[in-house]
Ligand binder design. Structure first.
Ligand code: FES
Length: 563
């Protein structure tokens, strides 16, 4: 084994430090021959009972350990911060960068030569990749896999696309409260991440396409026995990467990122991936911009028939052949020479893949959606960009002028949205502000603004909605997100008044506030300074407010970007 190993310096020295390090391992029952002269492999575990999506990761970690030992190395499992979408306030996004710091510093601080990072719920995968990119040792990402399909009264359900759809039906009076309640135990039938093309699935598939995981790691159901075997293989393979000194930077090249963006578009993935990919690239020497997303979107059809843009679920996607079968259909858009942690090129992987269900993985001649599933738009309302998931929007609203109805915050929205006197029609545009990285304390996924009850009662299920928030990848509708700069710091969204006209044009990829410059200047002069938020007085909140970047730069902390 190479003398260069970091662990060797910790465990191989005949001095007091070496004595202490070895005795720390012996205290846990490891014999001498497993401590000296073997690579040490970290297993960074995001297991948490506060993250139902990651609640099975202890079991997977045990299988990684078996693989590590079988390959002649010694595993050291350690916990890192875990972020779930359900049980965390104010938002998991507020803490994504903190998690990335945790992962980076643990990797750097521990006596490990390589690491397998177990991820799952939305932010855990990008945070892991950001931290690992900054630490840059041999690394394999092992996503926990999607939850089993929901099953309710004979209908297959996807979380939380169908929770939201039926929530609207409940509010419209089309199903009973009792019916809705009975869905609670039927939609999440196992640990694992949301089983639609949401943020967690998207980030897992992107990491597989970028080569950071073994084949199938993104899509194998969380509780499938084959995932345990995959965990074992990940444990074996990380030892090979250590032996060959294959660092994580090998999977963070511009070509890997471009392949990741193609995957995002082809699977009709989550808009959140744009922010995460920008942040991931920011940790490397690679440069990607919002323009890369538009250029790739314009030539990439949506071929994965997954909710919310399609009709199927991640389990179906895996059985149909998963990420590699999907990418095989658009290989002309990919750089096939990029390598995977398995040692294979993307070309080798695609050559071995097969499409077993053309209803789930479509061919370009029969796409789920035409090219352009996500668009970056800019204009007077969003000088630094905004995002729309075209694949999940109503076509009739994609080139639209409507009158704004403005809400200053989430509470005002929820207090007034169902007011029978609200002056709103199907052609109006709902605007919510103060939901950006700072104003929303972590850019909440509040962009899926509710449809007013009076419109639901008329059978209307979509209306244009605009905010500086994010949106869950499981949500859908004609929704403009990530407006930058955000309203809280004086972006143009802060100047909109109810009754103003807003023009959305997918044709010109623009979003404009149709108010003259003189009026806007007058309004700007009346804006008060940013409101005081006591959450930012000290500690992490202070750090966050003073260093967070805007959405178009991935919302990373400025001091974490690669030099
Ligand atoms: Fe964890 Fe959806 S709540 S992935």
């Amino acid at each position: 084994m190479s003398k260069e190993l970091k662990s060797k310096k910790w465990f191989g020295e005949k001095n007091l430090e070496g004595f202490l390090h070895r005795s720390g391992m012996k205290a846990q029952g490891w014999p001498e021959n497993m401590i000296k002269d073997k690579p040490m492999i970290g297993i960074a575990n995001t297991f948490s009972e506060a993250v139902h999506c990651n609640s099975h990761l202890r079991i997977l970690a045990d299988h990684v350990k078996k693989g590590v030992i079988a390959a002649g190395a010694t595993p050291i499992e350690f916990p890192v911060i875990s972020l779930g979408e359900f049980f965390l306030s104010p938002t998991s996004m507020y803490l994504r960068n903190q998690m990335s710091i945790d992962i980076e510093e643990m990797i750097k601080g521990l006596p490990i030569d390589g690491v397998v990072i177990l991820t799952g719920c939305d932010k855990t995968t990008p945070a892991a990749i950001m931290g690992a990119a900054s630490a840059n040792i041999p690394t394999i990402i092992l996503p926990g896999g999607p939850s089993l399909k929901g099953n309710w009264k004979g209908e297959e359900l996807g979380s939380c696309t169908d929770c939201r759809r039926y929530w609207n039906e409940l509010r419209a009076g089309n199903i009973s409260q009792e019916d809705y309640d009975s869905m609670e135990e039927s939609i999440y039938r196992s640990p694992g991440f949301c089983m639609v093309s949401g943020t967690a699935s998207t980030m897992a598939c992107i990491s597989e396409a970028m080569g950071m995981t073994l084949v199938g790691a993104a899509t194998l159901p969380a509780v499938d026995s084959r995932r345990m075997a995959l965990a074992n293989k990940s444990g074996q393979q990380i030892v090979n990467l250590v032996k060959n000194n294959v660092k994580f930077e090998n999977f963070l090249d511009r070509q890997n990122f471009l392949n990741g963006i193609v995957t995002l578009m082809a699977m009709g993935g989550s808009t959140n991936a744009i922010i995460h990919l920008l942040a991931m690239a920011g940790r490397t020497k690679t440069k990607i911009t919002l323009d890369d997303f538009n250029q790739i979107s314009e030539k990439t059809p949506v071929l994965a028939n997954l909710k919310p843009a399609g009709t199927k679920l991640m389990e179906d996607f895996h059985y149909a052949g998963g990420v590699s079968a999907l990418l095989k259909n658009i290989k002309h858009l990919l750089n096939l020479e990029t390598k995977s942690v398995s040692g294979q090129t993307l070309k080798d992987i695609l050559d071995q893949s097969e499409n077993f269900d053309q209803q789930v993985i479509r061919y370009p001649s029969n796409p789920v959606n035409d090219k352009g599933s996500i668009a970056i738009i800019k204009g007077s309302l969003a000088p630094d960009g905004a995002v729309i998931k075209v694949a999940a929007a109503s076509k009739k609203f994609l080139n639209h002028i409507g009158k704004a109805i403005v809400f200053n915050n989430a509470k005002e929205l929820s207090d007034k949205i169902d007011d029978p006197d609200l002056d709103i029609s199907e052609n109006s545009i709902i605007v919510l502000r103060n939901q950006g990285p700072i104003g929303g304390q972590g850019m909440p996924e509040s962009g899926f603004l509710p449809i007013p009850k009076k419109l639901l009662d008329k059978g209307i299920r979509d209306i244009v909605r605009i905010s500086d928030a994010r949106m869950s990848g499981t949500a859908y509708g004609t929704i403009i997100l990530h407006i930058a700069p955000e309203s809280y710091i004086g972006g143009p969204l802060s100047l909109v008044k109810t009754g103003d006209k807003i023009k959305l044009s997918l044709k010109t990829k623009s979003i404009d506030l149709l108010v003259d410059n003189k009026t806007l200047s007058e309004r700007k002069s009346l804006l008060k300074d940013s409101k005081h938020n006591s959450e930012y007085d000290r500690g992490y909140g202070w750090l966050y407010k003073n260093h967070i970047l805007q959405a178009d730069q991935g919302c990373d902390f400025d001091f974490l970007k690669a030099k």
